[in-house]
Design a protein around this ligand. Structure first.
Ligand SMILES: O=C(O)c1ccc[n+]([C@@H]2O[C@H](COP(=O)([O-])O)[C@@H](O)[C@H]2O)c1
Ligand SMILES: Cc1cc2nc[nH]c2cc1C
Length: 356
């Protein structure tokens, strides 16, 4: 973890982020080359181990014992406009499942020892019985339908973005060696696609996918909704903060703030599917260089995710055809990263073997 990237100005400042230590990266590369394995025999696991070593600040990287996932949940005005295969009432129901430990991501997180925190930024429900902690950053109920109006007001944007930064700081204070982001929100593949289209300067038709599984008719309608939103935002798409305010939501603005803050603090982030990668792309617009702290967990079936990953220069660790969201793809990739770390930490050096 480095402290070389302090950000003291207002949240709306584009400030580059320094990459992980080149010196430690070099030491880790030399260690990898010296392991008692044939050169290159570890394939990508070797590269991943070196990346993590540099991000972790140790040429012999720490064992990954404190991996922490924050799931940012919210509802989206566009969900009332025929862009999803499911009703918005699924969002609070799934948040309750996360809290009960019964969602897909809950099972994976237990299997792989990942700490899960659930945050309601803009769920359109009062989440009866949920701990107060879950709603402490709640900005509003649902967000503006982005083809008709801005997702957030200026105050709401600042509250959401700052909330995400605070969550990252809290998780880092709790000892996070690796942060993961997850999402829950019916309709959220629509703003996520709009964020990616804005960053890449692409039309809606190229980045839009089927989300929860819409048919061809609904897909054509969803493309129209996203293109209308992009046209409505106009030149504001050139500014990542305006993009978040006009075209995202409180949960996605918070996720972006979380990633910017993690990179600034020098803590690596393992990315999930479409929403996570849309936010990572936006975080890298806000904090150029932040992507050096990001590792792609999995490849989602959403086309926009692949395009955003390519722009970020990231290749996913696993490609399992998943499109669940929740952070599930990132959690599924944790054992791969742990495998890489274990190899660089624990394998003997060839010089030791030969000298023995
Ligand atoms: O992570 C992904 O790539 C992904 C792809 C498709 C759908 N999802 C999940 O499905 C929901 C959004 O889909 P939709 O069709 O309602 O926009 C939301 O809760 C996401 O977590 C997630
Ligand atoms: C059941 C269900 C679970 C989810 N988890 C994330 N997005 C989801 C969408 C649906 C519909």
């Amino acid at each position: 973890m480095s402290t070389e990237n302090p950000r003291t100005e207002s949240p709306r400042t584009v400030t580059p982020v320094a990459p992980p230590s080149a010196e430690i990266r070099q030491q880790a590369t030399e260690r990898l080359a010296g392991l008692a394995t044939p050169p290159g025999a570890l394939g990508r696991l070797g590269d991943i181990a070196v990346w993590f070593a540099a991000a972790n600040g140790n040429a012999v990287p720490e064992q990954l014992t404190n991996v922490r996932l924050a799931i940012f949940a919210g509802d989206h005005g566009v969900a009332q406009h025929g862009v999803s295969a499911f009703p918005a009432s699924i969002t609070p129901a799934m948040v309750q499942m996360f809290l009960a430990g019964k969602a897909g991501v809950s099972a994976l997180a237990r299997a792989h020892d990942v700490h899960v925190r659930v945050l309601d930024l803009c769920v359109d429900d009062d989440l009866a019985g949920a701990p107060a902690e879950v709603q402490k950053f709640k900005v509003r109920r649902s967000t503006g339908a982005i083809h008709l109006t801005d997702a957030l007001t200026e105050d709401e944007f600042e509250a959401a973005y700052t909330a995400g930064r605070t969550v990252a700081a809290e998780e880092i204070a709790a000892g996070a060696q690796l942060l993961l982001s997850g999402d829950m929100g019916i309709g959220n593949t629509t703003p996520a696609a709009a964020m990616i289209a804005s960053a890449l300067g692409l039309p809606a038709a190229e980045v839009t996918g089927r989300g929860t599984g819409i048919d061809d008719t609904a897909l054509a309608h969803k493309i129209g909704v996203i293109q209308t939103a992009l046209d409505r935002a106009g030149d504001r798409k050139d500014d990542p903060f305006e993009t978040l305010k006009a075209l995202s939501s409180a949960d996605l603005a918070a996720t972006t703030g979380y990633m910017v803050a993690a990179a600034e603090a020098g803590v690596p982030v393992l990315l999930d599917g479409l929403m996570s990668v849309a936010c990572a792309l936006t975080a890298d617009r806000i904090a150029p260089g932040a992507s050096a702290w990001f590792l792609a967990g999995h490849r989602s079936t959403e086309p926009g995710q692949a395009m955003a990953l390519e722009k970020l220069g990231l290749t996913p660790l696993v490609d399992l055809g998943m499109r669940l969201g929740e952070g599930s793809g990132a959690v599924a990739a944790v054992p791969v990263l742990r495998s890489a770390v274990a190899l660089l930490r624990e394998v003997a050096l060839l010089s030791e073997v030969m000298g023995a």
